[in-house]
Design a protein around this ligand. Sequence first.
Ligand code: NDP
Length: 794
Amino acid sequence: MKLSKSIEELEYSQALESDKEAVEWLESNGRKFGQFIGGEFLFQKNADQIKVTNPADSSILAAIEIADDKTVDLAVTAAIKSQKSWYKTGGHARAKVLYALARLIQKHARVISVLETLDNGKPIRESRDSDIPLAIRHFYYHAGWAQLQESELAGQEPVGVVAQIIPWNFPFLMLAWKIAPAIAMGNSIVLKPAESTPLTAMFFAQLCTEAGVPKGVVNIVNGAGNTGATLSAHPNVNKVAFTGSTAVGRAIRKSTAGQSKKLTLELGGKSAFVVFDDADLDSVVEGIVDAIWYNQGEVCCAGSRLLIQASVEEKLIGKIKKRMETLRFGTPLDKSIDVGSLVSDKQFEQVSHLVKSGLKSGGNLFQCEQPDSSKNYYPPSIITDVDSSHPLVQEEIFGPVLVIMSFRTQPEAIQLANNTRYGLSASVWSENINRAMHVAPALIAGVVWINCHNKFDAACGFGGVKESGFGREGGKEGLYEYLKPIQLKYKATNGASGKKASSTSNVQHSTSSEIDRTLKFYIGGKQVRPDGGNSIPALNFDGSISAWVGQGNRKDIRNAVEAARKANGWASKTAHLRAQVLYFFAENLTVRKDEFIKRLMETCGVKKPEATAEFNATVSRIFSYAAWADKFDGAAHDAPYRGITLALPEPIGIIGLVAPDHQPLLAAISLIAPAIAMGNRVVYIPGDPYQNIVLELVSVMETSDIPGGVINIVTGDKNELSTHLAGHGEVESMWCWGDSELNKNIESISVENLKRTWCHENNDRDWLDMNAGEGTEFLRKATHVKNIWTPYGD
Ligand code: NDP
C-alpha cells in the first residue's frame, strides 16, 4: 500500500536527449544555408535571409537564404537537365539509390530526429519513434516500386520535373512522402521546405550526395511563400505536389490553370472522431490522445471533432479530463513529455486567436494548464457545448484543441461527421464490426480508421476529398500521380473539321426525305426541352441539317446537375448490376447498327468502313467497361501493424464530361461508360459539331434500365455550357477535351470547390486506338481510393 502510494507520488525528472551532434552539424555549416541545386550547395550574393528559430526557447538555430526567381529557375533547369538520364538508368539503378537513401537516413536517424525537434518543437519521442522511421519506410517501400516499375507500371512514363511544396508540421516526413515516389518513378524534383523548418531538408541534401543521387535529380530551394509561388507557376514544371493550407492550395490551382500541369493538393481537414456507445472507452481515450494531441494537434488529419453517442457522453468526457491531467508538457528534447511547443510564435498567436474569438460564439473551454507564449506552449484543450455550425467546429484550428458534440443515432452520427467542407479523414470507434464496417464507407473522407487514428504507412494511400484536396500519396495509387501514359502522338483528322451546331446562317436546308427532327436534352431520364426555348441546327458534313438540337443555358446545366444529384443511389448499386445495365445497353445499341452507321456517314462525312469501325468499337467499349465494373476493385495492404488496410476505389460523385470534337459516338461512350461503370453520375456536353449523334443514343439509354439522372446530356455552345458546369458546386470532377483557352478556363473556375480536373487538347487521341481510348486510366480518373484501416486482435 505504501509502495504504490509513493510510486504514484513520484515526480518525473528530465530525460533530455542530447543535441550535441545536431549542434555540431549546424556549426560545421556555419549555421547558414543556401540552396541545393544540381548537386551543389549554392549561396547567392546579398541574398535576403530568414532566421530559423527553436520555438521552445526562441534561440536562433541558423539562417537560410531566400531563393529569388533566378535561383528557382536555376533549380528547375538543373532538374530538366538530369531527368531523362535518371529515368533511363532504369528501375533497378534507381531502386539502389533509394535503398541507399533509406540506409543513410537510418544511420543518421538520431541526429535527424533531434534537428527536427529543435526546429519544429515536437517531442523528441515523436520525431524519433514516428516521423523518421516512417520516412525511412517510404524510401524502402519506393525503392521496391522503382525495381518493379518496368513490369508493374508498363505503358507509363515519368511526368518530368516536379515541384514539391511542403509545410512545417512534418518537415522530414513530408519530404520523404514527396521525394521518394517521385524520384523512384524517374522524375527530377525541386522541393521547397517551409520557411520555419528547413533544417532537416538541408541535412537530407547532404545525404543525397552520399547516396549517389545524380546531380540535379533532387534540388532544394529555400524561401517563403513567394518562392513557392514562383516555383509552382514555373512554366517548365510538369507537376506540382503541394501540402499545406486550403487557401494556398487554391492559389496554386489558380496560378497553374491552363499550364497542362499535373497537380495534387493535400490540404486541410476537420476530421471526425466518432464514438459509439459500444466502444471500448479506455481505448477511445488513448485514441483521442493520438488523434488530437499528437504533434500538438498540428496534423492535417487530426481528429479534431469528437462525436460521442449521447448515452456515454458524460462518462467519456470525465475519462478524457482525467487523462488530460496526466499529459506532460516540457522541453521538446525531454524524452518523457507528451506535448511540445507549437511551431512558431505566429502559430501560437493563430491558435490562441482562433480559440478566443471562437468562444465568443459560445462553448466551454477546459484546459489543465495555461498557455505559455514564451515557450509557444498551448495546452491540450477541449471545448464542449457547441453545435455543428459553431466556427470552432467548422474551422481548422491546427492546434491541440478538440471540439466535442454528441449524437443519438447512427444516421445522425454519419450526417454530423460529414457536415464539413473538408474530407481528409475520420475514425470510427465501436466493438461491433458490422457497425464499424457500415459506417466507415459512409464517411466522406479519403482515409478512415477503425478503432485507431493517425496511422500511416507508405503502402497505404493518403489524401482527401472535397476541400481537403485531391490525389493520393503512398500506395500504388500514389505512384500514378508521378506518371503519365506514354505520350500519344495522334492528332485527329477523322471528321475533325465538322461544323459547329450554333448558327442557322449558311445552312442548306435538309434535302433528306425525313420528317423534321428535334432532339431534346436528356435530363433525369426524360427528354427535356431547353429552358430558353431555343434550338439550333446540327449539321451534316455536307452542310444540310441533320436535326435540330436544344441550345442549353445555365438553368439547363443546373437542372442536369440536380437530376444527377438525385440519382445518387447509383453509387450503391452492386458492380454486378452496373455491369448488367451496361451489357443491356450494348445489346440494345447493336440492334440499331445500320441506322447509326448511316448517321455517322451522313453527319461526319466518313466512308462506310470508318463508320462501321466506330460503331463496332463503341459496342466493344461498352462491353469493356461492363467487364471492368466488377473487376476494378481494391487491395488489402499489409502495412506493418496488426491489422489490414482496405484500399477501396469509390466513385467521385458527379462528373462533368466535355467531349472532343471528333468521333462523336465513340468519344461519348469512351467517357460516359467508365464513369458510370464506377458508380458516378455524369452531365455530358458534346463537342461542337455532330451534337445530334449523342442524342440519338437517348432512345437506346431509355430502354436499357439506366436509372434516370445517371446520364444527363445538354447540347449547345460547348464553351459556355462547360463553364457553367465547372462553376457548379456539386460537380466534383471535370473531364474536358477542348482548346487551351477552354482548358484554362475550366481549371481556373474549378478552384471554387477544388474540383479535380482532367483537361486535354481536343485532338490528343484517336478514340479507335484501344491504348489511348480506353483502359484503367479512365477508371482511375473515375474513382478515388479510400483507405480503411482495420486493426484486429484482442
Ligand atoms: P501554408 O499553406 O501557407 O504553407 C505551406 C507551404 O506552402 C509552405 O512551404 C509555404 O511557404 C508555401 N507557400 C505559402 N504561400 C505559397 C504560395 N502562394 N504558393 C506556393 N507556396 C506557398 O501554411 P502555413 O505554414 O502558412 O500555415 C497556415 C495555416 O495552414 C496553419 O495555421 C494551418 O491551419 C494550415 N496548414 C495546414 C497544413 C495541412 O497539412 N493541412 C499544413 C500546414 C499548415 P512558407 O511556409 O515557407 O512561407
